[in-house]
Design a protein around this ligand. Structure first.
Ligand SMILES: [Zn+2]
Length: 322
């Protein structure tokens, strides 16, 4: 195995290590980020696992891995930087002369994302929310979006979330600006790491590398492995607002639904109770679809996001249709 340690790490600078596995044969370059949010464990463990599994002798192309992508946030087990308070996933493409977090974004954009043939950004639900195991991408016209959709289908997660565009400030937006196709991954998170999720993260990346002709074999995806499990559930919408449910009053959220549930318009997702446990408001789904996000923390204020229900769409064309 040949792992070249980038000597750009920085201890004091706060920039991430980049591990580069350079195959002995030419091929595509894939960039993998884990731990853009420092409280999300799965992506870091999976990305580093992949770095150790890959064998340069049998790899065609290059895999670049930055995990944790935001070292100071990782060290603090925090979603945001303890140094400047910024969320790395809101400041891409960054600024090499800017604040520490903006410098990390600029480094990742120029050193890891630019020039790659695909970006895979491994997130998971943090301490505040629960999400089903999913792979997401920005849909649209043109070859870059088509390659993102293809990679999402090949990844083989139980859920695929198709967004109308890459939200500003995300790594996916920086990738799009460089003409690099991209996908991101979310898991249940919450500070817990589930074997099923971790296997899907590692297996999904390997399936994409196999699909790109970079390795010869990869584990099967869930939808391939078990006849009882149908192909990925595909949903669409802007994860920030479409199908989002906000609290109309303060209180305590008591959930009735689980992430991944299929619901109809009006389905009760939960209720808000007061300090005596009395129901003060029902939380209903605004539309038919799949519960893609649920708030974990019960104590709520008016305006807090409680849930997101995404509209279901027919399965993607791609490897999962084989
Ligand atoms: Zn994240």
């Amino acid at each position: 195995m040949t792992i070249e340690q980038d000597d750009a790490r920085a201890g004091a600078s706060g920039l991430p290590d980049v591990i580069e596995v350079v195959g002995q044969a030419p091929g595509p370059t894939v960039a993998v980020l884990g731990g853009v949010h420092g409280d999300e464990l799965e992506g870091v463990l999976a990305a580093r696992r992949i770095g150790h599994i890959l064998d340069a002798a049998n790899l065609r192309g290059t895999v670049r891995i930055a995990a944790p992508a935001h070292p100071v946030a990782w060290d603090a087990a925090s979603r945001t930087s303890p140094v400047d308070g910024l969320n790395l996933a809101r400041v891409f493409p960054g600024n090499a002369e800017g604040s520490p977090t903006e410098q990390v974004a600029a480094f990742l954009t120029s050193r890891v994302i630019a020039g790659a043939d695909l970006l895979i950004d491994l997130h998971s639900a943090g301490q505040g929310f629960d999400m089903p195991l999913l792979v997401g991408f920005a849909a649209g016209e043109g070859p870059v979006c088509a390659r993102s959709a293809e990679a999402a289908a090949v990844f083989g997660a139980p859920h695929v979330w198709e967004h109308p565009e890459a939200s500003p400030g995300r790594s996916l937006a920086a990738a799009a600006a460089h003409g690099v196709p991209s996908i991101y991954v979310e898991g249940r998170g919450g500070g817990q790491v589930r074997r099923r999720d971790l296997d899907c993260y590692v297996g999904g990346v390997l399936r994409v590398l196999q699909h790109l002709g970079m390795i010869d074999a990869a584990p099967q995806g869930e939808s391939d492995a078990a006849p009882s499990v149908t192909r990925s559930v595909v949903v669409r919408g802007d994860g920030d607002t479409d199908g989002g449910v906000e609290a109309v009053t303060a209180g305590f959220l008591v959930t009735a639904a689980e992430v991944g549930d299929h619901v109809t318009a009006g389905t009760v997702l939960g209720e808000v109770v007061d300090e005596n446990g009395a129901t003060v408001a029902l939380v209903r789904s605004p539309q038919e679809g799949v519960v893609m996000l649920l708030r974990r923390r019960s104590r709520i204020a008016a305006g807090d996001t409680l849930a997101i229900v995404a509209e279901r769409v027919p399965a993607l064309r791609g490897a999962s249709d084989d």
